[in-house]
Design a protein around this ligand. Structure first.
Ligand code: TA6
Length: 310
């Protein structure tokens, strides 16, 4: 089984305004769409589109539970989400306009998670996750979720012997790098913060990759570096017309893990991840992408080896 864990779930509210978004002016709404939010839930969506069985874990609020469940149902997401009473799942507001300037995201902080629900999630992991499973922990931490609590989740996964992927940032990223997991996907800035030496980026990737089986460094429009098995590759994405890049990283992770789970070779894994992520960028909402479109991009995706670990 593949489990995704979204500790800080969200509902994405995509607001498109007429014309160009302008400060100090009333920006008229053209369209509003609600979509799945939270990085792990987006990964679940990508896995589901690939026909890879998965279960989404995490916490949602009771106050807008019905709406959240409707969104999850509309995206065919299998879930076992723990409900926190008296609070709402946060909204992540994505603002788009009719220019090609890209989207803007404003994220609410989320609700505090009770110790009872934290323990329930730990118990679920202890009772269900096996060495054959894959767990993906993705997204920010809820307001009162300390690194100690976060690491209890990570340690429970590690104790199970599963393949553990983490798409997290800040202190949570530092902590998982320290303990060692199988997959991470920081951006260039996050790598620079993780290792504050004068070394160049590739040397830093080499160093981090010693402890991480699949290490992806996202470079935005410039693609990514992928380090695996002592080698580093630069991956150039296809040129696409950007509509909304929100969720593109989550689709990358979902497609990457889906292909790993299917036993694909690294080139195939990277091509699906990069192609699906590019397809996502062309879409208006924060979760849609097209696998057929991704496959059409394959001939444009370049994977060039740029370094070997020393
Ligand atoms: O990556 C996009 C996204 O998943 C949005 O859908 C939005 O809900 C947001 O990320 C949440 O990210 P955060 O880092 O706050 O957990």
């Amino acid at each position: 089984m593949i489990y995704t864990i979204t500790l800080n779930t969200a509902i994405d509210r995509l607001i498109t305004v007429q014309g160009a978004l302008t400060r100090k002016r009333s920006n008229r709404v053209k369209d509003i769409e609600l979509d799945l939010g939270g990085k792990g839930l987006h990964v679940s969506h990508a896995l589901t589109k690939f026909g890879v069985e998965n279960l989404a874990l995490g916490y949602i609020g009771s106050e807008n539970k019905k709406l959240m469940e409707e969104i999850l149902r509309s995206k065919n997401i299998n879930h076992h989400l723990l409900v926190e009473e008296g609070v709402s799942t946060r909204e992540a507001i994505v603002i788009l306009d009719e220019t090609d300037q890209g989207s803007m995201m404003i994220t609410e902080n989320g609700f505090p998670v009770s110790e009872e629900n934290h323990q329930k999630l730990l118990q679920f992991i202890h009772q269900n996750v096996t060495p054959q499973d894959i767990v993906i922990v993705a997204g920010s931490l809820p307001p009162n979720y300390t690194i100690k609590r976060f690491m209890e989740i990570i340690d429970a996964c590690k104790e199970s012997g599963c393949f553990l992927a983490c798409d997290v940032s800040g202190k949570a990223l530092s902590a998982v790098v320290k303990t060692g997991v199988h997959f991470i996907k920081p951006n260039q800035h996050e790598v620079e913060v993780l290792l504050k030496s004068d070394e160049d980026l590739l040397s830093k990737i080499h160093e981090l990759a010693r402890n991480i089986e699949y290490m992806v460094v996202s470079l935005g429009k410039d693609g990514s570096y992928v380090a695996h098995d002592g080698r580093i590759y630069h991956v150039t994405p296809p040129a696409v017309i950007e509509n909304n890049d929100t969720g593109a990283g989550d689709v990358f992770v979902g497609a990457f893990i889906a292909q790993l789970a299917k036993g694909a070779d690294l080139e195939t894994v990277v091509k699906y991840a990069t192609g699906c992520s590019a397809s996502k960028v062309t879409k208006q909402n924060s979760s849609d992408f097209d696998i057929g479109e991704a496959e059409e991009y394959f001939s444009e995706i370049q994977i060039i080896e740029v370094g070997e670990a020393v």
